[in-house]
Design a protein around this ligand. Structure first.
Ligand code: FAD
Length: 294
């Protein structure tokens, strides 16, 4: 059954915070509505108020603040793709945004909504993880900051409660120059949600050895995965095909330890290994043998 609710659209963040302070427990946040409207149509969401935050200018900001790139929660995928600042400071995030759904979805779907929905296949999450993203959240009038790794607790599970408003993301700026790659395997090309996705960045020293490497993989583990031990293992090594194969094997083993073996493992394990080798060969500019990335 469809629920009856009152639609509210505050004109500034202060008004939104005030409203949520009083009515937060009965209010659901609406941004682009691409996930929420489906859930409401199915009757999965009951509430007294739906608060539309999609036009709050405080949630549309994209700016540099010291060591951070700030991205407002209501920034859409199209805006992520079109922002020169995001392209320069966090290319994995613009690349991921360009892969999302269709033009219509990219025009209204937001970064805050992608994280709020917490799908394990969400395109934005690996890139945000690579940049150690933190979220600013207003809870009952109080501003708090939490790492993204604490926000995605499992598939479609977050510690957010009714009335919590994500206002912005604080993204680490990485030392320049660095290489970056985002790739995903979907069910089909158009409108496909990623089955496995990967974001990685790397910086090479003057000798060609790796001095900084970050990699995050989505859809394989209950929580977003950063391959931290593998990231440390490759430091001071020169990237070559042998190293990429080792990285793929170790990363996949690490993820399987967390997720356990399931019916999808037979497909996902070789697919993840192939995706890692293909993505990292692009990242480091290493040609790969036919079959290595299959
Ligand atoms: C056809 C189709 C194709 C899609 N393709 C992709 C794809 O390729 N990749 C992908 O990752 N996703 C895809 N999606 C899913 C969806 O578009 C994204 O998850 C999108 O980012 C959701 O953003 P939204 O602004 O529409 O969120 P909404 O639907 O408005 O909200 C989603 C959830 O987040 C909460 N929320 C939203 N904003 C905030 C906020 N500021 N603070 C607190 N909570 C908030 C809402 O209450 C709700 O629970 C697709 C969806 C459809 C329908």
């Amino acid at each position: 059954m469809r629920s009856v609710f009152q639609y509210v659209r505050p004109s500034c963040l202060e008004d939104a915070v005030q409203f949520l302070g009083k009515n937060g427990a009965e209010t659901v946040i609406l941004a682009g509505g691409t996930d929420l409207m489906l859930a409401m149509r199915k009757g999965d969401v009951e509430c007294k108020y739906v608060m539309d935050v999609s036009r709050l200018k405080e949630l549309k900001v994209v700016s540099l603040q010291g060591d951070h790139l700030v991205i407002g929660a209501a920034v859409t995928y199209t805006e992520l793709v079109e922002s020169d600042l995001i392209h320069a400071q966090a290319p994995v995030i613009s690349a991921a945004a360009s892969c999302v759904g269709s033009e219509q979805i990219r025009n209204v779907g937001t970064l805050g909504g992608n994280v709020g929905n917490a799908s394990p296949a969400a395109d934005s999450i690996p890139g945000l993880m690579v940049h150690n993203a933190r979220l600013e959240i207003v809870r009952r009038g109080e501003f708090i900051t939490k790492p993204l790794s604490e926000i995605i607790m499992g598939p479609y599970r977050t510690p957010l409660i009714r009335g919590d408003l994500i206002t912005k993301f604080l993204i680490d700026r990485l030392p320049h120059p660095y290489h970056a790659v985002y790739q995903r395997i979907g069910r089909r090309r158009a409108m496909a949600i990623a089955r496995i996705n990967l974001a990685a960045t790397a910086r090479l020293g003057p000798s060609g050895a790796i001095c900084d490497f970050r990699m995050s993989i989505g859809s394989m583990t209950p929580q977003p995965y950063r391959a931290l031990s593998v990231e440390r293992m490759v430091i001071d090594k020169r990237p070559d095909q042998g190293l990429l194969t080792e990285v793929a094997a170790l990363t996949t083993a690490g993820m399987l330890k967390l997720s356990g073996v399931r019916s999808s493992t037979e497909y996902k394990k070789p697919a993840a290994q192939g995706l890692i080798i293909k993505s990292l060969s692009e990242l480091f500019g290493i040609p790969i043998n036919e079959g290595e990335s299959q």
